[in-house]
Design a protein around this ligand. Structure first.
Ligand SMILES: NC(=O)C1=CN([C@@H]2O[C@H](COP(=O)(O)OP(=O)(O)OC[C@H]3O[C@@H](n4cnc5c(N)ncnc54)[C@H](OP(=O)(O)O)[C@@H]3O)[C@@H](O)[C@H]2O)C=CC1
Ligand SMILES: CC(=O)N[C@@H](CCC(=O)OP(=O)(O)O)C(=O)O
Length: 343
C-alpha cells in the first residue's frame, strides 16, 4: 500500500525539505505540491536540488488541490495553515510545520502571536515523555518550532526525572539563517550575516519561549520558567543550543549522565555523545539526527547541555516525517535514513 501525500508551501525552505525527504521515502507517493505567489512555476526553478521532481508544477494552495490525499503537509506562514487545516477532511492526516496548533494555552498564543488561538494538536516531538504514544493514530500533528526541538531535547530528560530546579533555566541558541524562511530580510542577506553573529528577541520576547516552557513543564509536572535568547549565526542550516539549569541539592554528575543516557539510548535520532566529545552543527547537517553532550558544573551547581540539530530536518521536515511515520504505523525511520554531511 502506498500513501498519497500533498505538500503545501513547496516553494519554501520547509516545504522543500519535506519534499527532499519524501522523495526518498519508500512508502509514499507525492501528489499535489502547492505554493502561493509561485503557483504555476516548475518546482525545478525554485528548488533546483530536487532533481527527481524538477518538472512538477506548483499548484495553488487550495482545499480542493490538497484534498483527496492520505496526508497533507502544511509548510505555510502562521495563520495560513490554521485556515486551510480547518477545511480539510477529518480523516486526512494533517501535519502542520507552522506554529498555529502547538501551544496549549490560548492566552500565551494571543500574547506572542497576536491573533485568536486555533486549537492544540498532538505535538510532533516523539522523544518527549509519553509523546510517541500520543502520536500513534493521530490525524492532526503540530510540528515543533526549530529552537524548541533543540531546547526540549536538551533539557527534558533532567526535568522528567526531577533532577532540575524549575525556576533557573537559561537557554541560548545559535541558528542558521534558513530558520527565517526564504523571504528576503535585510539582516539576513549574505553581506550582513557573513562573518558576524547577533542576538534578537532578547528579554523573553521570542515566541518560542512559551513553547519551550510548555514542553519542559509537561516533562517536569510543574511550571518551568525559561530565559531564552536566540542568535543568528553565519551559516545556512543548523542550530546549536546551549541550555543550562540549576540542579536540585544533592544531584551528582553521574545521576545527570544516567538520566540523559536512559532517555536517549534507544532513540534512533538522538545521541548523547561519548564523554568529552561536543556536538557540532555540521555533524547533523541534512540529517534527522540530534547530537548532544552534557556536563555538570559543580562550581555553579548547574547542568550544561549542548544540542545540535539541522533546523530544517530534525527541526522541521524530518520531525514532521518521523511523526507521520508514527501516526501511520510505518517504520519510524522510513525516509530518514540519512547521515550528516562532511566536511
Ligand atoms: N525555516 C525553518 O527552519 C522552520 C520553519 N518552520 C515553519 O514552517 C513554515 C514555512 O516556513 P519556511 O519554509 O521557512 O518559509 P518560506 O518563506 O521559505 O516559505 C513559505 C511558503 O509558504 C507559501 N506562502 C506564503 N504566503 C502564503 C499564503 N498566504 N498562503 C499560502 N501559502 C503561502 C510560500 O509560497 P510562495 O513562495 O509561492 O509565495 C512558500 O511556499 C512556517 O510556518 C515556519 O514558521 C518551522 C520550523 C523551522
Ligand atoms: C533564524 C530565525 O529567524 N528563526 C526563526 C524561527 C524558525 C521556526 O522554528 O519557526 P516557527 O516557530 O515560526 O515555525 C525565528 O526566530 O523566527
Amino acid at each position: 500500500m502506498t500513501i498519497s501525500v500533498a505538500v503545501s508551501g513547496a516553494s519554501g525552505y520547509a516545504g522543500g525539505e519535506v519534499l527532499r525527504l519524501l522523495a526518498g521515502h519508500p512508502g509514499v507517493t507525492i501528489g499535489a505540491i502547492t505554493a502561493h505567489s509561485n503557483a504555476g512555476s516548475r518546482l525545478g526553478e525554485l528548488q533546483p536540488h530536487l532533481h527527481g521532481l524538477a518538472s512538477r508544477i506548483l499548484e495553488d494552495t487550495t482545499v480542493d488541490n490538497l484534498s483527496g490525499h492520505d496526508v497533507v503537509f502544511l509548510a505555510l506562514p502562521h495563520g495560513a495553515s490554521a485556515e486551510i487545516a480547518a477545511q480539510l477532511p477529518a480523516g486526512t492526516v494533517v501535519i502542520d510545520a507552522g506554529a498555529d496548533h502547538r501551544l496549549e494555552d490560548p492566552a500565551a498564543w494571543e500574547k506572542f502571536y497576536g491573533s485568536a488561538h486555533a486549537g492544540t494538536w498532538p505535538y510532533g516531538l516523539p522523544e518527549l515523555p509519553g509523546q510517541r504514544e500520543a502520536l500513534k493514530g493521530a490525524n492532526r500533528i503540530a510540528v515543533p518550532g526549530c529552537y524548541p526541538t533543540s531546547a526540549l531535547l536538551a533539557l527534558a530528560p533532567g526535568f522528567a526525572v526531577g533532577l532540575l530546579q524549575p525556576d533557573d533555566v537559561v537557554i541560548v541558541s545559535a541558528s542558521g539563517t534558513s530558520g527565517a524562511g526564504k523571504a528576503a530580510k535585510v539582516n539576513l542577506i549574505g553581506s550582513e550575516v557573513m562573518g558576524s553573529m547577533s542576538p534578537y528577541g532578547v528579554g523573553g520576547g521570542h515566541r518560542h519561549t512559551p513553547e519551550i516552557e510548555q514542553g519542559l513543564s509537561n516533562a517536569a509536572g510543574e511550571q518551568v520558567t525559561v530565559s531564552f535568547t536566540p542568535t543568528l549565526a553565519p551559516m545556512s542550516r543548523g542550530i546549536l543550543t546551549t541550555a543550562t539549569a540549576k540542579v536540585k541539592a544533592g544531584t551528582t554528575g553521574e545521576q545527570l549522565r544516567q538520566a540523559w543516557t536512559d532517555a536517549y539510548d534507544d532513540e534512533p535520532f538522538v545521541h548523547v555523545l561519548p564523554e568529552g566529545q561536543w556536538p557540532a552543527t555540521k555533524s547533523v547537517q541534512g540529517s534527522n539526527h540530534a547530537a548532544m553532550q552534557l556536563a555538570f558544573d559543580s562550581h555553579t551547581g548547574r547542568v550544561i547541555v549542548t544540542c545540535a540539530i539541522d533546523n530544517l530536518t530534525k527541526g522541521t521536515a524530518g520531525g514532521a516525517v518521523q511523526s507521520m511515520n508514527i501516526a501511520l504505523g510505518l517504520a519510524e525511520t522510513a525516509g530518514l535514513d540519512l547521515q550528516g554531511v562532511a566536511p
